[in-house]
Design a binder for this molecule. Sequence first.
Ligand code: NAD
Length: 348
Amino acid sequence: MTAATAFTHDVPPQRVVFASGALARVAQEAERLNIGRALVVATPGSGARLGNTVSDILGSRSAGLHAQAVIHVPKAVAETGLKAALETKADGIVAVGGGAAIGLAKAIALQTALPILAVPTTYSGSEATPIYGMTDGQRKITGRDAKVVPRTILYDPDLTSGLPAAVSAASGMNAIAHCVEALWVDGRTPITVGLASEAMRRFAQGLPVVVVDGSNAAARADCLIAAWLAGTVLCAGAALQHKLAHVLGGLGLPHAEAHAIILPHVMRFNLEAAPEAKRRLAEALGAGDPADAIARMLKKFPIPERLREIGFDLGKTEFIADEVAAGAIVAPRPATAGAVRDLLAAAY
Ligand code: NAD
């Protein structure tokens, strides 16, 4: 079988504007969504500076900046964000930044159904999915809801020229993980498989370039397009890679870095059972062994290669193995507790 031959293609429609300098059109795009008072959501620091710029461009359509987004959207952060949206009487959200900013916008939209206009500046791909996530204590809760899908995505590759090498590398590996897993999930369709392969091809060429030279505009544009496609194919579903990253995220480990570290190990575990995925990845990566090719890419990147470097506590192994095994993942191979233990030991 070259792709799933029985499938349901359920990828939400979105308006996507992609251009160098597209940020200048943010007010126009907000108007198109009937947003008269947008709460601009961003992360603190450099995210807040960009958020301020966006708020200025929105002018009278801005209800103010809320620069308090944090990865994995802790419950208290979601509550503060909701309060800000209600207090400012916002009728829409402009999320500017990486997956953290988009994640907080989604948490607010889940409660309010406010429309989201996303201006992504990393490669997380969250802007293209109906998936939301929040953390409560040690557990990450995720779900799907049409309300959280950004109605419009405004991609301006110029905004990524200053993305630090480590963030480019980690969020790029996160997006690559979307592509890899999209090739073996049960919910794959001819479209998602094709998009995942195309995104892999673009990342294989472009990501090593932007990590070394962030100012390479052509490679930046290619990676941002690849990130869009990678987010789109995540809609087809997730399996061991995302389940494991999700449990690790609940324990407080950095999301994109955790994805990057476990990816070659999950690939080694799964690819023999997914020959079509292996063939497509080998072709996109120009390498006989896709897992080794990803491991080599990771080695060259300025991000951690081992779980022990990101504060993973081996004592949590049993908890994680049980959580993953409870998910009863079988595609393309059963993800048993034993398999997860071995994988964590190898990635440690
Ligand atoms: P992030 O949003 O935390 O961004 C990483 C860092 O880069 C932050 O400090 C941010 O301020 C900074 N940054 C972002 N853009 C920048 C730019 N252009 N220039 C300079 N600095 C910049 O991390 P991320 O990897 O983008 O996203 C991770 C989050 O996204 C996690 O919470 C994860 O769960 C979520 N996520 C969700 C989905 C989904 O479909 N729901 C998919 C992927 C990731």
